[in-house]
Design a protein around this ligand. Structure first.
Ligand code: SF4
Ligand code: SF4
Length: 169
């Protein structure tokens, strides 16, 4: 595996340039019997080689959805009541339901490049970009990856590694 690309300007340029190619990759993987276990291993290897603490781009770009039990965990973590937490730190999106509030810098809990509620962060943050981990099969989550590969170095480099693995052309 080549050294991963982590420069965010480059990731955006390449991810956008390869948007259609990456959409075709999903179909190719489905029809060419890609092995889920092997793909997860590749995704994990890429993840291990990229330091999210110097990136934090998903916290700036993506929204973080909340499960009901995560609301209580986060409220307790920051020392607020459930009601205070909902009013001060969340908003409701038409498409995604309850999500963490965002400011012009990204997620309300982003502090520099670090998560201010790391120990209590929602599952979606822990699992992002949902390649090595996430609900359902990796193949079912591939729908989101062409878009994620325009801003997330793990997603971009993993898709490149999938192309190598499957002989995609
Ligand atoms: S998951 Fe992706 S976008 Fe988020 S910090 Fe890690 S490399 Fe960056
Ligand atoms: S809760 Fe933390 S990890 Fe999740 S989006 Fe906000 S800053 Fe990022």
């Amino acid at each position: 595996m080549n050294a991963p690309i982590t420069d965010l300007v480059q990731i955006q340029r390449l991810g956008e340039k390869k948007l259609d190619e990456n959409k075709r990759l999903r179909v190719y993987m489905k029809t060419h019997g890609a092995v889920e276990r092997r793909l997860r291993k590749i995704a994990t290897d890429v993840e291990d080689r990229i330091d999210c603490k110097v990136c934090a781009n998903c916290c700036r770009v993506a929204t973080a959805t909340l499960k009901d039990r995560e609301i209580d965990v986060l409220a307790k973590f920051i020392g607020a009541s459930r009601r205070e937490f909902l009013a001060g730190y969340t908003e409701v999106s038409k498409e995604e339901g309850r999500v963490l509030k965002r400011t012009e810098k990204g997620c309300v809990f982003l502090e520099g490049n670090l998560c201010g509620v790391y120990e209590a962060r929602p599952d979606t943050c822990n699992d992002f970009p949902h390649l090595a981990r996430g609900p359902g099969s990796l193949m079912s989550r591939m729908w989101h990856m062409p878009d994620r590969a325009t801003y997330c170095p793990i997603a971009y480099n993993t898709l490149e590694a999938f192309k190598e693995e499957t002989g995609f052309r």
